[in-house]
Design a protein. Structure first.
Length: 283
């Protein structure tokens, strides 16, 4: 009797726990479901139709949204892809090299430089946006992708530098010493010993750089004023008209399209990250 009673209590707790989790998940995902439903409704029913239930199935919003702006939406997707690819390459190269220097090299003032690097994490972006804009404007980089990509090549994302420093510090120094006995210098140790073991940190940097850069609106709005150079977040803003004739259905449809790369990147990146964590130590 006691065992059956305890099993019943465990089942009830399990059912209640899963029910609570499902309700919480539905509450969190409801805005996304509403946006998907709104992308399949006519403009006049988007804010009048209750909930996420569809009474009509309006797929023309996707076709209208794709060609609603000055250029096809594929142009803005390509622009975002260029910025994202450049940012990912810049962060992977520069942040990994800076992290190796902080974690393995010995040089005068290393602790002070590392502390200054950490202070930049707490520095709001809006503090430096004006001097950065003036500098890039003077060298003629406004309305180009260079202001969005070049800083990534200079290890300006201190968060990823700190992440990689902590990861490299967890790698045994005996590996460095063994490579040094074989005649390897710092470049070879970094490329052939440390870098292959940094797969989890590099995967994390890639995933977050992709998501943050793809969704970035403020920086891209400042530097990109030519419609031909617009990225996806800036292009989506043009669907909203201050006069009141906004194309809500088309905007929601293109918002769904813009979310697909982020979803796919996170889906495949998460699997790659878990695989890297599970196999790196064995290799």
């Amino acid at each position: 009797m006691h065992r059956s009673k305890s099993r019943t209590e465990i089942r009830i707790r399990t059912i209640l726990k899963h029910t609570l989790l499902i309700i919480s998940a539905l509450i969190m995902i409801y805005p996304l479901l509403w946006m998907i439903a709104s992308s399949l409704r006519p403009n006049d029913l988007i804010f009048r139709a209750p909930g996420i239930w569809l009474t009509t199935f309006e797929t023309s919003n996707f076709a209208d949204g794709w060609n609603a702006l000055a250029k096809p939406f594929s142009t803005y997707l390509l622009n975002s892809a260029i910025v994202v690819l450049g940012s990912i390459i810049g962060n992977l190269v520069s942040c990994s090299m800076a992290a190796y220097a902080f974690a393995r090299l010995r040089f005068k003032g290393k602790k002070w430089f590392f502390g200054a690097m950490l202070l930049t994490i707490m520095l709001p972006f809006h503090v430096v946006v004006v001097p950065q804009y003036i500098m890039f404007s003077q060298i003629g980089w406004v309305n180009t992708f260079w202001p969005l990509i070049v800083p990534k090549l200079l290890a300006t994302d201190a968060f990823f530098v700190f992440l990689m420093v902590q990861f490299i510090r967890g790698i045994p120094r005996e590996l460095d010493e063994a490579a040094r006995i074989d005649g390897a210098g710092h470049p070879r140790i970094f490329l052939q010993v440390i870098l292959p073991l940094m797969v989890p940190a590099l995967a994390t940097t890639t995933i977050f750089t992709f998501i943050w850069t793809w969704n970035d609106f403020f920086s891209q709005l400042i530097y990109l004023t030519d419609p031909d150079m617009f990225t996806v977040p800036v292009a989506l803003r043009n669907f909203i008209d201050s006069t009141g004739s906004s194309s809500w259905g088309a905007m929601f449809a293109m918002s769904i399209v813009s979310l697909l790369p982020v979803f796919i990147a996170f889906l495949f990146g998460q699997k790659f990250l878990l695989k890297g964590i599970a196999t790196t130590g064995i290799k």
